[in-house]
Design a protein around this ligand. Structure first.
Ligand SMILES: CC(C)(COP(=O)(O)OP(=O)(O)OC[C@H]1O[C@@H](n2cnc3c(N)ncnc32)[C@H](O)[C@@H]1OP(=O)(O)O)[C@@H](O)C(=O)NCCC(=O)NCCS
Length: 254
């Protein structure tokens, strides 16, 4: 293991967690967390079944453990409407398909702490979330007494949005939790007067568009049909063209 007084910094690399990490991953989780995770959780992590994760390894180790996980972050995707922070995204009510990335676990082996490893892992998560166009944030819970983790997420500019009383029940005792969010892709709820006005304008435009669309479809029933067919023709993808246009053209030729 690392000598904390050593002047030599390890070379840390980041990679997806894989089946060969199963044992090390279970061992570190057991050592770092007060909660016991089921075997199924680890199997899902290493197989990438519904879980996206990253591991950190110290490739400067001279022994045969240079590919052994010394830090990790595990996440899963959650539909914003099924999350407990749906209300933070209500202002964007026109989108029903918004998603969030939820951090399940994050940890770094004791002797590798304060080297920026967790920061790099969380940056990977944020990058991943930002690459998904309908994703609006990364969020997580931290038990209220975990000061290192609370400081860590604040330093990473996560926003503390909620305190959840008695969220955890561990060994016969209740503990509160803090809920942190990092917004991506413009997910932040509007807070300044300018942002509120902008958000109102965006919603109003969407409302007007919807009215126009409704009005247009009414017109369409009694208006000239040929125009509509022409338009569909240009908008449809070649594959679906066949099916839909044949339906449309039947109507058009009536
Ligand atoms: C929280 C944790 C993941 C941080 O990992 P790390 O690799 O040491 O973090 P980094 O080096 O990237 O970031 C260091 C920052 O974390 C915070 N931090 C880390 N240890 C801390 C401590 N003992 N007290 C206060 N803040 C601490 C500080 O903000 C620090 O920045 P600073 O040095 O500028 O003050 C690590 O302490 C850990 O694995 N803890 C056990 C598992 C856990 O609690 N996970 C989080 C909940 S899921």
């Amino acid at each position: 293991m690392l000598d904390p007084r050593s002047e030599i910094y390890p070379t840390i690399e980041y990679r997806p967690i894989q089946p060969s990490d199963l044992e090390a991953l279970e061992k570190i989780h057991l050592a770092l967390f007060p909660i016991r995770y089921e075997r199924e959780f680890f199997l899902n992590v290493v197989s990438g079944h519904g879980i996206v994760s990253w591991g950190a390894v110290d490739t400067s180790r001279s022994d045969d453990r240079r590919d052994e996980i010394i830090g990790f972050v595990t996440t899963r995707m959650i539909a914003a409407k099924d999350s407990e922070i749906e209300d933070l995204f209500r202002y964007n009510s026109s989108r029903k398909d918004l998603t969030l990335v939820y951090i399940l676990t994050l940890g770094v082996v004791d002797s590798y702490r304060n080297l920026g490893i967790a920061s790099s892992l969380v940056r990977e998560v944020v990058k991943y979330a930002a690459s998904i166009s309908n994703c609006r944030g990364v969020y997580l819970h931290v038990i209220s007494y975990n000061q290192p983790a609370i400081s860590f997420y604040k330093k990473m500019l996560f926003k503390l949005v909620r305190r959840l009383p008695m969220f955890y029940y561990i060994r016969g005792q209740h503990y509160d939790s803090y809920l942190f969010v990092y917004y991506v892709n413009g997910g932040r709820s509007p807070c300044s007067p300018l942002e509120i006005v902008t958000s109102f304008v965006v919603d109003f435009r969407a409302f007007v568009k919807m009215l126009v669309a409704k009005f247009w479809s009414k017109e369409d029933h009694c208006g000239p049909r040929w125009a509509r067919c022409q338009e569909s023709n240009t908008l449809l993808a070649p594959q679906s063209n066949k099916r839909i246009i044949s339906g449309d053209s039947t109507r058009c030729h009536v």
